[in-house]
Ligand binder design. Structure first.
Ligand SMILES: N=c1c2ncn([C@@H]3O[C@H](COP(=O)(O)OP(=O)(O)OP(=O)(O)O)[C@@H](O)[C@H]3O)c2ncn1[C@@H]1O[C@H](COP(=O)(O)O)[C@@H](O)[C@H]1O
Length: 98
């Protein structure tokens, strides 16, 4: 399967890196990088969204499950960027497990 969403995770990560470098106003990503709680802001989001993901799975709500999974992936990418990591680190870890 191949379509124009193939590279979407790389594209979103590139936008996150750009937000980190430039901190534009009116950007949710910027608000995470500049939050007074520091990295705890994104960690709290990941906790909340994990619960929402579990509830969506329990309800067998596939649309909500996709929504919450996307929220988690986005916030996980922000966390990787905060830790000076990137998708190569994630890919390497997954590849090692094959
Ligand atoms: N993928 C995301 C993304 N996923 C989630 N979010 C934000 O994360 C927040 C989630 O927090 P909440 O759960 O409180 O919000 P919510 O809408 O009530 O969430 P649910 O109840 O639906 O779970 C919302 O404000 C969303 O807008 C995201 N914000 C940005 N992105 C990507 O980042 C790019 C840059 O965004 P900006 O930095 O805002 O320009 C965008 O173009 C997107 O590609």
């Amino acid at each position: 399967m191949s379509d124009d969403t193939d590279d979407v995770i790389d594209d979103v990560f590139a936008v996150i890196e750009d937000r980190k470098a430039n901190l534009p106003e009116d950007s949710y990503t910027t608000s995470l990088f500049t939050h007074e709680k520091g990295e705890n802001a994104v960690l709290e989001k990941l906790g909340e969204e994990s619960t929402e993901l579990i509830l969506a799975a329990k309800d067998d709500d596939r649309e909500e499950l996709a929504h919450e999974a996307a929220d988690i992936v986005y916030h996980m990418l922000v966390l990787l960027s905060m830790k000076e990591m990137d998708l190569a680190d994630l890919r390497a870890e997954l590849a090692e497990r094959r």
